[in-house]
Write a protein that binds this ligand. Structure first.
Ligand code: MET
Length: 497
């Protein structure tokens, strides 16, 4: 019988746990600032309402109606759509491999906040002493201070996932999420009292209206919403397949979406208040302080921690929040893969969890426990986010709405199990607005990748970890589709189905 969450509350907490992650805490503030500051909130809200929430509901409807992991649910919806489910599973594989290492870095930095290991040169420390970044290339030189925290992240993740949906995922979220909320609120409130906080908030909230005319800003908003809400890569399909039948789907979805965005706004406020402090203290502009996604957390924050009153406490709160937020997202990403293997092979929870997590952890440790890490991470992240997920989402909405023509069935399902009725608008958004927006954005991203080599990396690296990876994933996805299903999964003896 299919595993279930023990209550709707734990489902909502787990869905929020998945959505609130590294993306909210270091990615959003930086993306918003780069894309028009306060004016970014308009494209952000438009993307949330026109694509984010409608596609979140789509994921819920597919997972809850067809009650399966992503490949099984898509297959039950329309047989040829199984491949889409595997594409989502493979995206999760790639994301998990590098997401884990960022959590490991954050764990190490929580400790460094106390020992102030970076001395006076936080930037040089991050890439030099800490990551020991080599030239772009692949090496087998392990970096102990990165390797051990990474192994610890995998051990925790494996323990949670072997324990299952109820005893592992539900319970871990029940503990980590309240803890995260308290730590994060303390962090945001204390950063507002730093001298110079207002300068940072001004920089964050001063709108650059011209940015609204730039298509790249809109693309950034849509891209961020997908990553941030954990939609269109199988997570919400998987989690909602663990929900009991009688559940308010749309009401839960609204809670999740607004909790995620609320958290994101708070992160923007907290991070920019701290950056304001830093720039006032150093006499630089907030713009200089806010450089680079990965850099923002691991280069700018150490400087703040060294100089702010109670800096060590701020550091532990900030990096500790990243660890908890990251772990609850990582477990959701890996669960997508486990659930798919479990359904396809008909194996038990423990066997499926180990068969997925051990090789995954090994790849992650080999690639990112070494001096190779940062470059591969950068390339994989760009290809997956700007391309894999958005293009996958575009194909998914086209298949669901126009080829399989399932929108009427799914919207009936949402109305049957939802307190918010929105059939007509929802069909319009998923069937027309989302395909146009996603199609435009993903083709633009594709064009940019072809015309300008991403990040100035050597061709062979982009060909291996970018294009090579994409081609390999398509082939692996097809092969996975061809493996026969365990009879039990297709039989559907689930009384909740
Ligand atoms: N939603 C998560 C975050 O914001 C990521 C989920 S998996 C890409 O970090």
């Amino acid at each position: 019988m299919r595993e279930t969450f023990s209550s709707r509350k734990l489902f909502i907490l787990s869905a929020i746990g998945s959505a609130v992650g590294l993306g909210n805490i270091w990615r959003f503030p930086y993306v918003a600032y780069e894309n028009g500051g306060g004016a970014f909130l308009i494209p952000y809200l438009v993307a949330l309402l026109t694509a984010g929430i409608p596609l979140l509901f789509l994921d819920y409807a597919i997972g809850h109606k067809f009650r399966g992991s992503a490949p099984l649910a898509f297959r039950r919806m329309s047989r040829p759509a199984e491949f889409l489910g595997w594409w989502q599973v493979l995206m999760c594989f790639v994301i998990a491999v590098y997401y884990a290492v960022i959590i490991g870095w954050a764990g190490m930095y929580a400790w460094y906040s106390i020992s102030k290991a970076w001395g006076d040169d936080a930037t040089g420390f991050f890439t030099g002493t800490f990551l020991e970044v080599g030239d772009p290339g692949v090496s087998m030189d392990f970096v102990p201070q990165v390797l051990w925290p990474l192994i610890a992240v995998w051990v925790i993740t494996i323990v949670i996932l072997v324990a299952g949906v109820r005893k592992g995922i539900g319970r871990a979220n029940g503990i980590f999420m309240p803890l995260l909320l308290v730590m994060f609120l303390l962090l945001v409130i204390s950063s507002l009292f730093l001298p110079g906080a207002a300068t940072g908030l001004n920089a964050f909230f001063t709108p650059n209206w011209e940015a609204l005319g730039d298509p790249a800003v809109w693309a950034a908003a849509y891209g961020h919403i997908f990553f941030s809400l954990s939609i269109a890569f199988g997570i919400m399909v998987t989690y909602s397949s663990y929900l009991r039948r009688k559940t308010d789907l749309t009401g839960s979805g609204m809670v999740v979406a607004f909790a995620n965005s609320g958290f994101e706004m708070l992160a923007g406020i907290g991070v920019f208040a701290a950056l304001g402090f830093m720039s006032v203290a150093a006499g630089t502009s907030v713009e200089e302080s806010a450089a680079g996604g990965v850099g923002l957390a691991f280069m700018a924050f150490p400087t703040i921690i060294s100089e702010a009153p109670f800096g060590a406490v701020l550091g532990v709160l900030f990096f500790g929040s990243l660890v908890f937020a990251g772990l609850t997202s990582l477990t959701s990403i890996v669960e997508v893969i486990i659930s798919a293997v479990k359904d396809k092979m008909g194996w038990a929870r423990r066997a499926s969890a180990l068969a997925v997590t051990l090789p995954l952890a090994l790849v992650s440790v080999l690639l990112f426990g070494t001096t190779t890490g940062l470059h591969v991470l950068d390339i994989a992240d760009a290809f997956v986010n700007q391309f894999g997920i958005l293009f996958g989402a575009f194909v998914t909405v086209v298949v669901v709405a126009w080829l399989a023509r399932k929108l009427p069935v799914l919207s009936n399902h949402l109305n049957l199990y939802g307190s918010i009725r929105m059939a007509g608008v929802w069909k319009l958004l998923v069937g027309i607005v989302a395909p146009i927006a996603l199609g435009y954005i993903s083709f633009e991203a594709f064009r940019t990748f072809i015309t300008e080599p991403y990040g100035g990396y050597p061709d062979w690296m982009l060909n291996t970890f970018g294009w090579g990876m994409a081609a390999a994933l398509v082939i692996i996805g097809i092969l996975l589709t061809l493996i026969p299903w365990s009879k039990n999964s297709l039989l559907n003896d689930d009384p909740e189905y």
